[in-house]
Write a protein that binds this ligand. Sequence first.
Ligand SMILES: Cc1ncc(CN)c(N)n1
Length: 216
Amino acid sequence: MTFTQYLWQEATPIFEKIRAHPFNQELRQGTLPTDAFTFYIYQDSLYLADFARALAVAGTRAATSQELLDFLQFAQNAILVERALHESYFDEYRISYTSGKAPGCFAYTNYLLAVSTLESYEVAVAALLPCFWIYKEIGDYIYAHQTTPNPYQNWISTYAGEEFGEAVRKVLGICDRLAEQASESTRQRMREAYLTSSRLEYLFWDSAYRREAWPV
Ligand SMILES: Cc1ncc(CN)c(N)n1
């Protein structure tokens, strides 16, 4: 079993909860209330800016120039491809939130920025992996089981698409190679980071579904 297969096995209960979450089920059926989707898109635009920063910072610690380039490319795509998708939704739904990060987004972005800055490269890569892999698996699942026509088709097609799939395969390859060369204690920290980000992925969707606000 590869290290990433092991990670998938360890995080399967979290993934199943993400898949079953009403946000993703209603997105799949095209019945997700528009305000839950626009809340999500606004929060995600804030998320992607910091996700791109975390990718770029992690990349500076890669051992090879090719891997540095890969991470810079991932960061660029987070801004140019994913944010472009969001901006089309900003126009379509006339999104004009100014509320800033909700707690779920705040927790996730701060975690990724802290790990990519303060932790080892191996642990940073493991923390960033769910941001790719879970979205790919959710995108593929929704694409295969969606109700059509679906108002959220562009979102679904982006994450089920081949371009995103190629990026996911690259990160999986990097993570497996790093784990093979890592000590057992580093592999354990990689596992913890992978689980923490997976939990934060759940919280992010849940936050949008609840239109989460700061209690004070
Ligand atoms: C919260 C979250 N996680 C992951 C992705 C996919 N890069 C995203 N757009 N948003």
